[in-house]
Design a protein around this ligand. Structure first.
Ligand code: NIG
Ligand code: FE
Length: 405
């Protein structure tokens, strides 16, 4: 039988979404092979069996680990400007909200983004996506949220569409017009919701420009009533929804995510245990973002807090947190938060796919998308020990080579 490509290596693939605290179901084949036809995986099995297939391309990575392509389910990679100097304020002890009050934070990125050209936005975002791919990422979610007016947010969605078209990896688009209240709507949050957020949802839906709608639900940004209005509206339009919930304070975000059965609730650093239990009961994924607290210079949390949930890991790449390596996020989750290496691998593959409502990625399995990553390591344990340059040797998305580019 004829196939397009055989990839030989040590297959390590989670098979099912993992509930934190339970035993992971993982396929391990020491001398394994992934057979690919077009954009899909045709078979995964022993090299000795599959080597008989007729393939014009055979990629021999014997001894190296082949995993599903990694998935970053939460980034804010579309922005202009540079906020690296906020670090100096953090070193003086200032918190995220205090920095925002002094003219930093989201609003300062909004100024820079509103001034940037379409081409510049597409170009810088593509560069960032390229950097993500160097650690094995083949799917990335990117949010808008730095224009905060109808025209600007639509432009950002169009820029994302362009990034998606030009990128070698899969890009999922999220409308986050409810990221902050811009200066011109100061003190008029409901007006902003009505005149900007709901309008951008209408446009995104009509023009199929986004898969998800997100809200930054946090005191000082959007309260739970506003978040509920926005998310219910998005759901009624057939869009999927997720939220930034209980990042700095517990304002009932996790509970709301459960009530609305969202695809995921993200951040959750300050979520109550009742909120998290509700999420588990309703099957809402928890997207944990180890770098967010690291970049705000706050102590790491224990991953055990999320036991019972389907936990995904993301970078949360944003102007306040320019950490672009998902394998480093795994490293941090293991060393600082106490996650098991295999849990971290599930969190950036099969669980992250669930957090993005993707049915056919995140697992090396016949019929799934031909997305894979090959690392020069022995197993997932060694993978999470590696910092600095990524041990990535090769990656593929939809059967097309991503790295080396
Ligand atoms: O996920 N929390 C809200 N949004 C981002 C930060 C955005 C920014 O500071 O520009 C986050 O951490
Ligand atoms: Fe975020």
């Amino acid at each position: 039988m004829k196939v397009d490509c055989l990839v030989r290596g040590r297959v390590v693939s989670p098979l099912k979404p993992l509930t934190l605290g339970q035993k992971a179901e993982v396929l391990r084949i020491e001398d394994g092979c992934v057979a690919i036809v077009g954009e899909r995986i045709m078979d995964v099995g022993e090299w000795q069996t599959l080597k008989t297939l007729d393939a014009p391309t055979v990629l021999d990575f014997s001894g190296c680990v082949v995993t599903p392509g990694l998935i970053d389910p939460h980034t804010h990679a579309l922005f202009a400007g540079n906020r690296s100097h906020e670090l100096l304020l953090k070193l003086q002890g200032l918190g995220y909200k205090e920095i925002a009050k002094r003219g930093g934070g989201i609003r300062s990125t909004v100024k820079a983004t509103r001034q940037a050209s379409f081409e510049e936005l597409v170009h810088t975002t593509l560069k960032r996506v390229h950097a993500f791919s160097k650690s094995g990422v083949t799917t990335v979610e990117i949010k808008t949220g730095y224009a905060l007016n109808v025209e600007g947010e639509i432009t950002l969605l169009q820029a994302l569409k362009e990034v998606e078209k030009k990128s070698k990896v899969r890009v999922l688009k999220t409308l986050l017009s409810a990221h902050a209240i811009p200066e011109e709507y100061e003190g008029r949050a409901w007006d902003y919701v009505k005149h900007v957020v709901l309008k951008t949802i209408d446009y995104a839906c009509l023009n199929s420009l986004a898969q998800f709608v997100d809200v930054f639900c946090e005191p000082g940004y959007f309260d739970t009533q506003q978040a509920k209005t926005i998310l219910e509206y998005a759901l009624s339009k057939g869009l999927k929804a997720k939220m930034h919930a209980d990042e700095f304070e517990d304002s009932g975000g996790a509970k709301l995510a459960a009530e609305l059965s969202l695809v995921s609730a993200d951040h959750l650093e300050s979520a109550s245990s009742e909120g998290l239990s509700e999420m588990a009961r309703r099957g809402v994924c928890a997207v944990v973002l180890p770098f967010t607290f690291h970049c705000s210079m706050l102590p790491p949390q224990k991953i055990s807090k999320y036991a019972g949930l389907c936990v995904a890991l993301g970078t949360d790449y944003n102007p306040n947190c320019t950490m672009d390596s998902l394998t480093s996020a795994m490293n941090y989750a293991v060393y600082e938060m106490g996650m098991q290496p295999i849990e971290a691998l599930c969190a950036v593959t099969v669980n992250a796919a669930r957090a993005l409502a993707l049915e056919d990625v995140g697992v090396l399995k016949s019929g799934y998308r031909a997305d894979l990553a090959v690392f020069d390591v022995e197993d997932e344990v060694e993978l999470v020990t590696r910092g600095g340059n990524s041990p990535l040797l090769f990656s593929m998305c939809n059967g097309r080579v991503v790295c080396p580019s």
